[in-house]
Design a protein around this ligand. Structure first.
Ligand code: CP3
Length: 351
């Protein structure tokens, strides 16, 4: 059996048509997702293997995506370390903010692995289902790659310190400047927990892992080195020491011209690009042959029709002859018409 298309690209091979999956492909835009959503709160859904397995597989059944990303959240890590977390309708995540050394001491990293155990059970179940013979339609007969993930330390720290979402994460960025020793402690704690959790995900069946650094682009270059590049490199090295074969995708969202330094210095196999990245231009800044993932604008997917066809064609053209994984530049939005996602998959797979 030949390797799965997504894994071939992550190994540096050019595959045409490119494999496709979408960030936040399991979400409110799917009627079958909304049906299950009514039954339990978000954390319960993440922590119930039956439900999390089903939610992960919904977009695979419907669209035959090349990647199945674990249904969970980047904030499940701080939750598993004892930080209070709730997802509030219309507001998003709300956490008990971490602002002092005492707040950090109060975290219970020792309980992380045990609280995270249901997630690993979900991954084992997913891998069995995706790779089972006769499951054509779920895993396209063993063609779908199981992707694990974590938030990168800076982005997770943003939510932990701020206590939720924010336009500019000013409290977190202020802490990094005015209390660097405290902020370093939090980042170090997250490096260790994230690397350990991703190793557990790989051992449970994840075939590739992705690090979401959604807010990396808020940092000035010096702090991008310290809080994005260095922690990512440390996590990559820790994973590589135990699982040298598992590819790691980095997503330094909004990093702009720093993509080249990030790609060269962190040791990742593939780089996820946000909507603002000019793929052809970024390609010239990356190590030779590095796989790229992205970067259709999620709003173009909502629009559909001619703009969707044109933008998809432009991305395919810019990435022709290069290892590319088709994706959005950020997550699928709830108001996205399901038929547009179907159209996109067909457009990409059309030779
Ligand atoms: O991509 C997938 O389908 C896999 C699962 C996944 C979720 N969140 C599910 C989710 C992944 C990989 C994430 C990543 C994530 N979570 C990021 C990084 C990527 C990005 O978007 O920048 C961030 C910053 C978060 C934090 C987070 N989680 C926020 C800000 C919110 C609220 C906003 C929203 O869209 O509701 C969430 C909730 C969340 N995470 C939902 C899902 C399906 C919605 C929960 C629900 O309402 O049912």
């Amino acid at each position: 059996m030949t390797a799965k298309p997504l894994l071939r690209v992550l190994a540096g091979e050019t595959v045409s048509p490119p494999p496709i999956w979408l960030m936040r492909q399991a979400g409110r835009y799917l009627p079958e997702f909304r049906a299950l959503r009514a039954q339990a709160d978000f954390i319960t859904r993440c922590m119930t293997p039956d439900t999390a397995t089903e939610l992960t597989l919904q977009p695979i059944r419907r669209f035959g995506m090349d990647g199945a990303i674990l249904f969970s959240d980047i904030l499940i890590l701080p939750w598993s370390m004892g930080q209070q977390l709730a997802f509030i309708e219309g507001t998003g995540p709300v956490l008990e903010p971490i602002r002092t050394a005492a707040d950090i001491v109060r975290l219970r990293s020792g309980e992380r692995a045990e609280r995270m155990a249901p997630v690993m059970q979900t991954l084992r179940r997913l891998r069995d289902t995706l790779d089972a013979p006769g499951e054509i339609g779920v895993g396209r007969g063993g063609q779908t790659t199981l992707i694990g993930f974590a938030g990168a330390p800076f982005t997770v720290a943003c939510y932990m310190v701020e206590g939720g979402g924010s336009r500019d994460f000013a409290i977190t960025r202020g802490m990094a400047f005015s209390e660097p020793a405290l902020f370093d402690r939090l980042i170090d704690l997250l490096i260790e927990a994230t690397a350990a959790m991703l190793c557990e995900q790989i051992e449970a069946g994840a075939e590739a892992v992705m690090l979401f650094d959604s807010w990396s682009g808020l940092l000035p270059p010096s702090q991008f080195e310290r809080y994005v590049i260095a922690p990512t490199r440390a996590i990559v090295q820790a994973i590589r020491a135990v699982h040298p074969q598992t590819p790691i995708i980095g997503f330094p969202r909004l990093c702009g011209v720093l993509a080249g330094r990030y790609a060269a210095l962190t040791g990742i196999q593939a780089i996820g690009l946000d909507t603002g990245a000019d793929l052809g231009l970024v390609a010239t800044q990356l190590p030779q042959g590095m796989a790229m993932q992205g970067n259709l604008d999620p709003l173009c997917l909502i629009a559909g029709g001619l703009p969707l066809a044109q933008e998809t064609r432009a991305i395919r053209a810019a990435m022709a002859g290069r290892p590319h994984i088709f994706n959005l530049g950020h997550g699928v939005l709830p108001q996205t018409p399901v038929e547009h996602v179907q159209n996109l998959v067909e457009l990409v797979r059309r030779a």
